[in-house]
Design a protein around this ligand. Structure first.
Ligand code: ADP
Ligand code: MG
Length: 679
């Protein structure tokens, strides 16, 4: 039954087989909290020289003991403490913790033990310089997954109990050595501090502060904490109940455990130690990681700015360049619209194998029906024309083209008037005899520069009143639109051409992207309307194709520029993150000593990279828009759309994630001892 309770309380891997611990605990023999069997630790230095820091240590430590390990500098005390505190592993020998061989623990299992069972007190305090006393004390609980409120309450009560109630918001640099050491003791207590490991805790302190710290440790021992004190100072060691003397990596004397500590009834204490453990959440939580990231970014504001700069330049150039590119594209589309690429023509079908057209069946009604029944059509104009018609004004006569069309012609051809007005559909209905002249037809008929408006010209022999002059298209040669006279469709049908059918219908489409679809729809509609396919529908495809070809090249060009600038930004992130990891190696060591898992360190640094690139993305988009707006005020064509902005932002965040991963991984893979030893 006890086993089930233990199992439930200890969901973690290292203690899955807790039954044997429990069965041992219920035996009449006392179970050591810590047992070392022939532990050796050998360092191989750069030159290949082996240093035997520990040469076979056998040691049993029972729950509740207050133990001092004393020895000269270099005798291996710190090495022993690192092994006891699961920051380091023995080269040879066994470390048995509460009946379990540590050998079987993976990195996370060791982190769990450090977090839940140990509290470290270092000679140099090892507080995080950028955090307040209160925040420093909370660090172990962050990794234990305690919620923010409980954490703060507990940290406050610990600091108050240690006489630092009025110093909670102080940074380590604003505290004296003795105060810093008390903060670090509070931190060691945060997750329970069942075993306090203190390495030369008074080494850096003045006599009075040293005495206070020793009193604190004695008090903790009296309250049932297991305290392992490491010192070179015999006087400090004398505070402890049990003294172990160390020399050259070996135990030379051991005053031995007091009988009451070796009492089997203490086995219950051991069980209690584990029963008190809460199941911890898998991660300090994303919110926590982001909060920590923000704090450390704020602490290194200059470096953060530099990192931001790379991303900002990348993202803003992408946004601005795409806006310029898009603007240029819109310009091109507009120019092409003027050239008529958004015009579809409907003509009578040619006879197969012949150049002769079939008799036209296209009517003005077809044009009207197309305009109102097929989507994406702005206007449809029917036209009939003659190539060589004699036109006369006074003594001047000329051969010119005459085109009968409807009032939408200037819109369909994007062809504004220079003077007067264009005829309307009403003129066509009423068969009014009015005419609009192309610029060349005008200069042929009115060579002396008189005002043609209101004058009557003769087309064939029918008088037409001139009501408008078109601007010059600047075209040349055969079938020159400037050398043309435009008259209302029905007027032309009745008075000039003597027929009802149009030679062609010209259709202006709205969205050029859908021109193919519109063409298909028109063919389908007209075929249904006529009951047979007696027309051919064309668009100026070659022009469109070359336009979309150049559009693709343009997009590719911009895309590669964008990719390069983001790459540069990403390398910036990676570079600065690597510097950051190197610079904060000791912080990483402290976090690991207080129980951070590798995944916690990974997510913390990754969060920093992502937060930076998020900020960079936001600032970059804003800056890019600003640059675009400034350019626009200088008459550069700018077109903003949300897709490239979103894309640039997403890319910057992804870049942060990808380029931040390597440094974050490097940080998480650091060896806690090496990290802690880093200066
Ligand atoms: P103490 O804490 O008792 O002063 P240490 O445990 O720090 O002693 O060191 C014991 C011995 O191991 C010393 O000779 C030291 O030089 C050596 N040592 C400790 N750590 C390393 C290491 N990472 N690489 C090489 N030698 C080391
Ligand atoms: Mg030492």
């Amino acid at each position: 039954m006890t086993a089930t309770v233990l199992d439930a309380a200890l969901p973690n891997e290292p203690f899955r087989q807790a039954e044997d611990v429990v069965s041992a605990q219920t035996s009449s023999r006392a179970i050591p909290l810590i047992e070392l069997q022939g532990v050796m630790r050998t360092f191989t230095t750069g030159g290949g020289v082996e240093v035997h820091a520990l040469r076979g240590i056998d040691l049993k430590i029972y729950p509740g003991e207050f133990l001092a390990i004393v020895g000269q500098s270099g005798s291996g005390k710190s090495t022993l403490m690192n092994i006891l505190g699961c920051l380091d592993r023995p080269t040879a020998g066994k470390y048995i913790f509460a009946g379990r061989d540590i050998e079987s623990f993976d990195a996370d299992g060791l982190a769990w033990l450090r977090r839940e069972a140990f509290g470290f007190v270092f000679q140099s305090y090892n507080l995080l310089g950028t955090e307040s006393a209160l925040e420093n004390v909370q660090v172990p609980a962050v990794y234990a997954g305690l919620n923010a409120h409980e954490r703060e309450v507990r940290a406050e009560s610990l600091l108050s109990a240690l006489g630092l109630g009025d110093r909670m918001d102080h940074r380590p640099t604003q505290l004296s050595g003795g105060q810093q050491q008390r903060v670090s003791i509070a931190r060691a207590m945060m997750n329970g501090g069942n075993i306090i490991l203190a390495d030369e805790p008074t080494g850096a302190l003045d006599t009075q502060s040293g005495i206070e710290v020793m009193e604190l440790l004695e008090d903790l021992a009296a309250r049932g904490h297991t305290v392992i004190l490491i010192t070179h100072d015999q006087e400090v060691a004398d505070h402890a109940e049990r003294i172990i003397e160390f020399r050259d990596g070996e135990i030379v004397s051991d005053s031995g455990s007091k009988p009451e500590n070796v009492d089997p009834k203490n086995n219950a204490k051991l069980r209690e130690l584990f029963l008190s453990r809460k199941a911890t959440s898998s991660l300090a939580g994303t919110g926590e990681a982001i909060r920590m990231a923000l704090r450390s970014l704020k602490a290194n504001i200059f470096r953060t700015m530099l990192t931001l700069l790379g991303i900002v330049i990348g993202v803003s150039s992408v946004v601005a360049m795409l806006a310029i590119g898009e603007g240029a594209q819109q310009d091109i589309i507009q120019i092409m619209n003027q050239l008529g690429t958004n015009v579809i023509t409907v003509r009578p079908e040619r006879l197969p194998g012949s150049f002769r057209s079939m008799p036209s069946t296209l009517t003005i009604e077809d044009a009207v029906a197309l305009g109102s029944n097929v989507p994406n059509i702005v206007a449809a104009i029917p036209q009939m024309q003659s190539r060589n018609t004699s036109v006369r004004f006074g003594r001047n006569d000329t051969q010119t083209s005459v085109v009968a069309t409807t009032g939408d012609m200037p819109e369909v051809e994007s062809w504004p008037l220079a003077q007067g007005v264009f005829f309307t559909d009403a003129d066509s209905e009423n068969i009014t005899s009015v005419a609009v002249l192309g610029s060349e037809a005008r200069s042929d008929l009115f060579p002396d520069g008189q005002d043609p408006l209101g004058e009557y010209i003769l087309i064939g022999n029918i008088p037409f009143q001139v009501i408008g002059i078109l601007t010059s298209k600047g075209a040349q040669g055969f079938n020159n639109p400037d050398d043309t006279i435009y008259i209302p469709f029905r007027t032309g049908a009745v008075r000039v051409f003597g027929k009802n059918e149009a030679d062609e219908i010209r259709v202006l489409v709205d969205d050029i992207e859908q021109i193919d679809q519109t063409q298909d729809n028109m063919l389908e509609y007209l075929t249904a309307l006529h009951g047979t396919q007696d027309m051919r529908i064309d668009q100026n495809t070659s022009m469109l194709e070359s336009a979309s070809e150049s559009q693709k090249t343009f997009t590719l060009l911009l895309g590669s520029v964008a990719a390069i600038s983001l790459l540069v930004g990403g390398i910036g992130v990676m570079n600065i993150m690597l510097v950051s990891v190197t610079e904060r190696t000791r912080e990483i060591g402290v976090r690991m000593a207080t129980g951070a898992r590798q995944s916690d360190i990974l997510s913390q640094f990754l969060a920093e990279a992502i937060v930076v690139s998020c900020f960079g993305g936001i600032i970059g988009v804003t800056l890019g828009v600003a640059v675009g707006l400034i350019l626009e005020s200088f008459d550069v064509s700018i077109y903003f759309s949300s897709t490239p902005m979103l894309l640039a932002f997403t890319c910057s965040v992804t870049t942060g994630l990808i380029f931040g991963f390597a440094p974050a991984r490097k940080a998480s893979q650091l060896d806690p001892v090496v990290a802690l030893a880093n200066e």
